[in-house]
Ligand binder design. Structure first.
Ligand code: HEM
Length: 129
């Protein structure tokens, strides 16, 4: 039996089901977003949702399937093909916020997750306009 102190953040938030819920709600928002929708190369957002879920799971201490399939994340480089400006960041974060809200995490866990994605989204900016 693991005690809370030994839990990964991934386990503490409820594991894969929680990440998948967050990402599902996030992509529902993306699908209706005039700016973001056109950036995603595939018509079907399912594969992109799977990549984001696996990445987040790995980041927070779950399985390493993401890197087994995709290699080192190199996220900033992988976003090079897309124009990520302040508007895109704000839109991305708005949809992610909706995903986190749907997951109803404990306030400290929510705050930690949100702090990470807001920092990561800032780091992804590669265009100013
Ligand atoms: C700031 C605004 C952002 C925009 C506009 C954006 C947009 C995109 C787009 C268009 C893709 C390609 C879809 C795909 O084929 O998977 C993508 C991929 C991805 N994004 Fe973002 N993204 C943003 C921020 C972030 C952040 C903050 C994270 C992580 C916390 C993230 C994680 C990922 C991952 C893991 C992939 C798949 C990488 C791969 O393995 O190919 N993105 N993003």
């Amino acid at each position: 039996m693991s005690t809370p102190a030994e839990q990964t953040f991934f386990e503490a938030i409820g594991g894969r089901a929680t990440i998948e819920l967050i990402v599902e709600v996030f992509y529902q928002g993306v699908a209706t977003d005039d700016v973001l929708k056109d950036m995603y190369p595939e018509e079907d957002l399912g594969p992109a949702a799977d990549r984001l879920s696996k990445f987040l799971e790995q980041y927070w201490g779950g399985s390493t399937e993401y890197s087994q399939h995709r290699g080192h994340p190199r996220l900033r480089m992988r976003h090079d093909p897309y124009v990520v400006d302040a508007d895109a960041r704000d839109r991305w974060l708005k949809h992610f916020r909706a995903g986190l809200d749907a997951a109803r995490l404990e306030p400290e866990l929510d705050a930690e997750f949100w702090a990470y994605v807001t920092r990561a989204a800032e780091f992804m900016i590669n265009a100013h306009g």
